[in-house]
Design a binder for this molecule. Structure first.
Ligand code: HEC
Length: 172
């Protein structure tokens, strides 16, 4: 897409639609609800924390980076392949499944940033997760993301607790 094209269309309905469709393309979280428990304020604060504490390895747009810590790839946190149920074959630090946002919190708050584990406050971790939810195309329902509400947010439909698809995936 050329700069001139972008310039011409920015702000137009067409451009807003294209951006919206991109967000929908990145919609990875289980879709029984479109809005999830986090607040705009949490996501805004999380965006700043992400850029300072996570972006240097996971990249500012969350696409991930090879060899970011002790030879390990910092996986993508945003986009269609982000946050799979099962750890990827080459992962070393992560050994747990991610079924709900609470599972991601448990992992991240104990191990991230990889070079300074558990160095943020609980509130900061929740805010970063709100930002990651938002960037993956979900909408804030303005109820805070907390230890309680995060249990209700399933990451992918096939990750739902007790789902047969998880067993199937494990055989692949
Ligand atoms: C020094 C580099 C580094 C920094 C900084 C860092 N990470 Fe990571 N992160 C990694 C690496 C490497 C892995 C992969 C660990 C493994 O192989 O199991 C990872 C894995 C993860 C995962 C698991 C993703 C998946 O799909 O399995 C999440 C979630 C995550 N990081 C979130 C964060 C957040 C949030 C921050 C900021 C608070 C952060 N990371 C900061 C290097 C980093």
């Amino acid at each position: 897409m050329s700069g001139a094209f972008e310039e011409h269309h920015r702000g137009s309905t067409w451009w807003r639609c294209a951006r919206w469709l991109t967000a929908v393309g990145f919609f990875i979280f289980a879709a029984n609800g479109v809005a999830h428990s986090f607040t705009e304020t949490q996501a805004e604060s999380g965006a700043r924390i992400y850029q300072h504490q996570c972006g240097r390895c996971h990249k500012p747009n969350g696409e991930g980076k090879d060899d970011s810590y002790r030879g390990l790839r910092a996986p993508e946190l945003i986009g269609g392949t982000a946050l799979p149920c099962r750890p990827r074959a080459l992962q070393k630090i992560r050994t747990s499944d991610f079924r709900t946002v609470k599972d991601v919190y448990e992992f991240v708050s104990a191990t991230m940033p990889a070079d300074q584990p558990a160095s943020l406050s609980a509130e900061e971790y929740w805010n970063v997760l709100a930002f990651i939810l938002q960037r993956n195309g979900t909408t804030a329902d303005n109820k805070r993301l907390t230890a309680t509400t995060s249990r209700e947010i399933t990451l992918r439909s096939e990750c739902a607790p007790g789902s047969a698809a998880v067993a199937h995936e494990a055989q692949l």
